[in-house]
Each structure stands twice: as C-alpha cells, then as structure tokens.
Design a protein around this ligand. Structure first.
Ligand SMILES: C[S@@+](CC[C@H](N)C(=O)[O-])C[C@H]1O[C@@H](n2cnc3c(N)ncnc32)[C@H](O)[C@@H]1O
Length: 698
C-alpha cells in the first residue's frame, strides 16, 4: 500500500467518524490491485450471481412436420421409428432473463452437457444498445399494425437496464459479460455488437473482464441504408468487439471477401480473378479486414427475404462471417440476447450446435417459427437438422428481480421485499374487489366464496406456486380458488388445473391487467381480470389414426380502452386498442367524428401458430437436482410431460394463411392424451389436452 501521510490518515479518520464516503483519490491509495484505467459506475461491485435454478423443458421440436407415414431420414443421430432424435445434443432456446440463465448454465447440471460438446466455442451478443430500447412490439393485424406494450416482466427488465441510465446499463452488461467469460471454452471467442452510444462503456468492461491484450478486433460494420441527418455526419456503422478468451489459443479461420476490380488485370495466377455473373464484374478474393462494408442491413434489397417482424434483427450474412471465422462444424455457439434468433438460424444452417435465449416471449416465438422453417427447408433438401427444445427457468428467485437495493444488508433487503409484497398484494386485492383474508399460507384474499391467491409481481406464476396452493387446499379442505397472475409460466396449463380438479379443487386462473397500477382506473372500478385464453379442439378419429381440428380460441386481453381513445384522440388521428379480447381501430376525422372498426373479425385472427402432440404422455419431463446430502446430481420426474411438437401450422410475414385441421396421424389402439398448443399474435401460449380413444378400445 502507498505510504499515507499523517494528514491523509487524519482525513480518512475524520470521514469515517462522520460516516461520510471517502474522497475518490483514496481508491488509488488504499487498494493494492490498482488498475491503470478502470470503468467505475455508481453501485459497482465485482460480485456475480451464482444462483442455480432448474431449467424446465416445455417443448421439444424434433421434426418439422410429421406427415402421415413419413419417417425422417436423419443420418447424424439415432432416431426411433417416428423419426425422433433419441440421443445427442439438442439445441436449446431458453426463455428468461439471461443473468439467471447464464449463472444456472455455468453452475448447474447443464454445464456437464455443454462440456461434453467441447464447451461453448463462440458467443455472439447484440444487447439492447439503443438507449431506452423497450420491449414494445409491432404486431400485424390485416393491413394494420398494432403496437403491443411490454408486459410487466419486460418492464422490470427494461428498468434494470435503463432505470439509472448508463449506470444501470453498465451494471447489467458487466455481470453478463463476466458470466459469459466463465462459460466460454478455453479456446473460445466472444463478439459483442454495439454502436456509438455504448461502445466506450462496453470496450472498458470487456477490457476489464477479458483483458485488453485479448482484444482481436474492433470490427466496423458499415452500411448505407436508413435515414441520414444533415446536422452531423450520417451515422452508418455498428461496432463489433471480438475478444479471444486466450490470445495464444483460439479458433480462427481466415475469411475472404470479394474485392471487385474495374477490369481483368491478369496479375498473378495464384490470385485468380473471377467473373461475378450477378454483379457483372471481375473480382478476386481478398483477406477480410476489420471494416465490413459488404453486408447489407435487413430490409434492403438483398436482405428483404429474411425479414421477420423483429425490429432489431441482424442480417444472416453478418453471422455467417462470424461463425465461419470463429467456429467449426459441430461446435457449440451461443447468443444470449438472441431476439429473432439470427445466430441460431445461421448455426443450424452451418451445422453448428446452438443455445439461444431471450427475455421476450415474442422473441422466443419468432425464433421457434424461424427454426421450424429452417428444419422444414433442410428436410426438404434431404439435409440433416437437429432437434431443439424450448426451456424456461422453473423456480425464480424474487430478489433477483424486484429491484431490491442490493447494497443493503441481507435483513434490510428482506424487510424491503416483505413491505413491497404487502403493498403489492393490497393493491391487487383492492382492484379485484376482494377482501383480505388472514391465516393462510398461500391465500391473501377472498371473494364471493372463493379464496384468492396473488401470484408474484416479478416472475410468472410457476408450477411450484400452484402446487403449494393445491397442498394448502387439501390440508384445509378448500375447494374454490382464484389465482391471479401477471404471467403464467409457459406450459403450466391445463394439466395443473386437471390435477387440481381430480382432487376436487376448482382453480380459476386470471390475468392481472396492467391497469391495476393506474389509480384512476381502479377508482372507477374499470379494472377487469380476465380468464386465461381458452382453446377448443375436435379429434377426428378414423380406424387407426387421429387428426385434430381447431374449432375455437378466445383471449380476453385489454390494452388501453376504446372510450379513453375516443376522448384523447386528436382530429385526423387513429389508434388501435385492445379491449376485452377485441382489437379495435378508433379513428377521428377532421370534424372530430369518431368511427370504430373491429380488426379482429373471427377467432382465427388471434392465432399466429398452433401445434399438436399426438401422444402427450410419451415423454416425461426429467430435471436434474442436487442431492444436498451427498452433493450428487440426481434425475427426478417433475410429474409433468414435455410437449413434443409433431405437427404445426403458422403464419409467416409472407404467408398469412393458417390450416385449421392437422394431418392424420397413425397410432396404436387405445386411449391417449393429445395436446394442442396455440400461440396468439402477442406470443403468449396456451395449451389444452384431451383424451382420445383409437380402435374402439379403452
Ligand atoms: C438488439 S436485440 C437482438 C436482435 C438479434 N441480434 C436479432 O438478430 O434478431 C436485443 C434482445 O435482447 C433481449 N434482452 C434484453 N434484455 C435481456 C435480458 N436481460 N435477458 C435476455 N434477453 C434480453 C431483448 O428482448 C431483445 O430481443
């Protein structure tokens, strides 16, 4: 430690006695580990979470679309007689906050599976660097576009990222990058995509975590399209930082680009000049530099076909270059801010294995459709493709989300959580017009002869939560229950409700609308708690086959109200609102005359995608949990089944049609459970299960 002068020692004592923070200069005098340059922000700690939460597989897609009597030819893997992948790595699409996903991957049982594949060789991330980027989504309805506001979980993530401006963004990215480094294999690399708004911060964070000496390139991806400003030079590039985990040992395959020439020069036979038929120009292959100007953004003439309705989607060509340079066929690559799934899509096409995650349900759903599309294409061309599974984090930890001040001592944090919880529950019960109830573990209110359980604000209502409700019902002979939640875990319904019904408990799950936070709406009694979406299906049974017809689907969402829009709209403007499951366009003409047009005309307008599992109880959901007594990982059955996506129909940007009857699926005689999953145009999914008997036998 540097020698402190007596005056400095006195000064330090004075500050400490007065309980005041020390002046900045002491940071460099008091601590041994002095970095020459370091990024410091309000609330900086070097602590990184090590929480391990269990992953749940909620869906498996191992064949793009089973047609009757079709068996897949997959040479790369072991498959059963239905073409299912039985062994080997399954790609992973994970829904949830990447902080907990990363720490669970790093410290949990999946790590072993990852290491068996040789570890993660390449990570590409494209975090939300557009300051203030939120989770709003544009959803197309016929000719119109409706902007879906972020849901409550997305709002919380947004607050974590941008709530305190640059401070919170850096804190968010610092912890993720530290976790990413730990997950990378020793010969792995990371590419971080950003732009001028955050480059300075991200570079510092990467230098600190990866070491400045491991920076391989600062890649400039420049493009021409998009708007330009006249008051400064047009901003037409993004930056991609490429770091190796260890500069002495990392994968790198030299890349070449087409360097066009004015004419053929006949220079040197070792550097052949090639004629490009499409461009009608001569070129030679030149080693790629760190400025990439040959890759067009999505939406320009070449990228058009790729475009999905995802605003920050990056071009596949960009990922092709990155994956070609820093991974080899069969390697595992990952993207933890995956958006529309560009990294996963390119990985699948290039024979890499992949892990992708995103917090947005819409992102996960966009990726699901995109990957199925790619599987279909690969299958049609007789090529290999891998199964993928969709997972989420089963049991969340509240403290990670609610925005508790993590600088407080543990018991203070606990008090803060409890106070917030009480406040939150009071608010919800008031809006639901329920009375408070005491003496229960899981219920906080009662209304019209039913007990009311309020789900957490910060995370979806999980299976664990519902199981605790059922347990208390059984202990206390309770038979009628409402569960209120902002979000329900994917794949939760309907089996958990059937399970409760078989025990004589009637559970009615209801969505808490975002307006509960709006005092005016609560005061006017306008807040409506809607039932979760409902699906109706009809089995079409022939001798030894079943097909499924989708006959009805209803949702009960609201976002804004028609009367509010009518009051607040300016002349010659229009607004699209969702009220009680109907999408309505409210317009005002130049004289202030209001018209309403219902955009959702038929129930199918709400459906974006649906899928069938013809034998739902075929595949049990197994998770690995640590046995605290002996420290070993053990496999246990959760009591649930994995939805195996065997047939599906969905809308794409270019093809808006939807089939309502599946193909017929051959199966053995007997009774089986058939599950149908519907994903609505907002990316929310609902499932129903029915018993079907084939061959007349029970
Ligand atoms: C810029 S977009 C990525 C776009 C992507 N490269 C593509 O080609 O579609 C950033 C994504 O990060 C996701 N995101 C933001 N915060 C997150 C978090 N904490 N955990 C997981 N995903 C997050 C957002 O939902 C968004 O989809």
């Amino acid at each position: 430690m540097a020698q402190l002068t007596p005056a400095e020692l006195q000064e330090i004592n004075r500050f400490l006695d007065a309980g005041k923070p020390l002046p900045d200069k002491y940071r460099f005098l008091l601590f041994e580990d002095k970095r020459e340059v370091e990024l410091v922000w309000n609330g900086k700690t070097n602590e990184v979470t090590n929480a391990v939460l269990p992953f749940q597989v909620i869906e498996q897609v191992d064949e793009p679309r089973a047609e009757v009597d079709t068996k897949l030819q997959m040479s790369m893997f072991d498959v059963d007689d239905r073409g299912r992948q039985l062994k080997g790595w399954q790609n992973k699409l994970i829904w949830g906050d990447n902080k907990l996903i990363l720490s669970s991957l790093k410290n949990g049982p999946l790590r072993e599976e990852i290491e068996k594949q040789g570890g993660i060789k390449l990570i590409y991330i494209d975090p939300p660097f557009d300051v203030g980027a939120d989770f709003s989504m544009d959803v197309e309805i016929g000719e119109d576009t409706f902007t879906k506001k972020p849901n409550i979980l997305e709002e919380i993530a947004y607050r974590d990222t941008w709530g305190k401006g640059a401070d919170s963004f850096i804190a968010m990215i610092y912890e993720r990058i530290a976790l990413l480094r730990d997950l990378l294999s020793d010969d792995g690399s990371i590419y971080v995509h950003c732009d001028y708004r955050v480059t300075s911060h991200i570079r510092q964070v990467l230098d600190e975590i990866f070491g400045a000496e491991n920076l391989q390139n600062e890649i400039i991806w420049s493009y021409k399209s998009g708007g330009v400003s006249k008051s400064s030079f047009a901003r037409k590039h993004d930056t991609i930082y490429f770091y190796a985990k260890d500069r002495r040992n990392y994968i790198f395959n030299t890349q070449y680009y087409k360097s066009y020439q004015a004419k053929k020069y006949n220079y040197n036979p070792n550097y052949p000049e090639i004629w490009d038929e499409e461009e009608q120009k001569w070129y030679h292959n030149s080693i790629c530099r760190d400025v990439w100007d040959d890759i067009k953004v999505i939406g320009t003439e070449t990228g058009q076909g790729e475009r999905l309705a995802y605003p920050t989607q990056k071009p596949e060509d960009l990922l092709v270059r990155i994956l070609s340079a820093s991974s080899n066929e069969g390697d595992l690559v990952a993207d933890f801010f995956s958006g529309s799934g560009t990294t996963a899509a390119v990985a699948e096409k290039m024979g890499r294995k992949w892990i992708a995650s995103d917090l947005g349900k819409f992102a996960i759903h966009t990726t699901r459709k995109r990957m199925i599309g790619i599987q279909r294409e690969l299958k049609a061309n007789g090529k290999d493709f891998r199964a993928f599974e969709i997972l989420n984090l089963g049991k969340y930890e509240r403290q990670h989300y609610v925005g508790v001040n993590e600088n407080l001592r543990l018991e203070e944090q606990q008090k803060q959580v409890e106070a917030r919880e009480r406040e939150f529950v009071g608010l919800i019960l008031n809006a639901y017009k329920a009375d408070e109830a005491e003496g229960f573990k899981t219920f906080q209110g009662k209304k019209s002869g039913r007990l009311v359980a309020v789900g957490p604000v910060n995370v979806p209502v999980s299976r664990l939560f519902v199981e605790e409700v059922i347990l208390e019902c059984r202990q206390k002979h309770i038979t009628k229950v409402d569960i209120l939640g902002f979000e329900f875990e994917m794949g939760l319904f309907p089996n958990v409700l059937d399970d409760a019904r078989s025990k004589g408990i009637d559970i009615s799950p209801k969505h808490i609308p975002a307006e509960v936070f709006d005092k005016r709406a609560v005061g006017k009694g306008q807040v409506l708690f809607h039932d979760v979406a409902a699906i109706e299906i009809k089995p079409l049974v022939k001798k030894n086959s079943i097909a499924i017809e989708l006959t009805d689907f209803s949702v009960f969402y609201s976002q804004d109200s028609v009367s509010d829009a009518e009051e607040t709209l300016k002349d010659k403007k229009n607004k699209i609102v969702v009220e009680k499951g109907q999408i309505v366009k409210v317009s005002k003409d130049k004289d202030g005359i209001v018209t309403r047009q219902q955009l959702t005309k038929v129930w199918t307008d709400w459906i974006d995608y649906w899928a069938v599992d013809f034998n739902f109880e075929n595949k049990r959901e197994i998770i690995r949990v640590k046995n605290e007594a002996n420290g070993e990982w053990e496999e246990i059955w959760t009591g649930d089944y994995i939805f195996e996506n065997e047939w599906q129909s969905f809308r794409t940007k270019n093809d808006r049609s939807l089939e309502l009857t599946s193909v017929a699926h051959e199966c053995a005689s007997g009774t089986r459970k058939v599950a149908v999953k519907v994903v609505d145009i907002f990316g929310n999914d609902t499932m129903t299960i029915i018993d079907v008997t084939i061959g007349g036998k029970k």
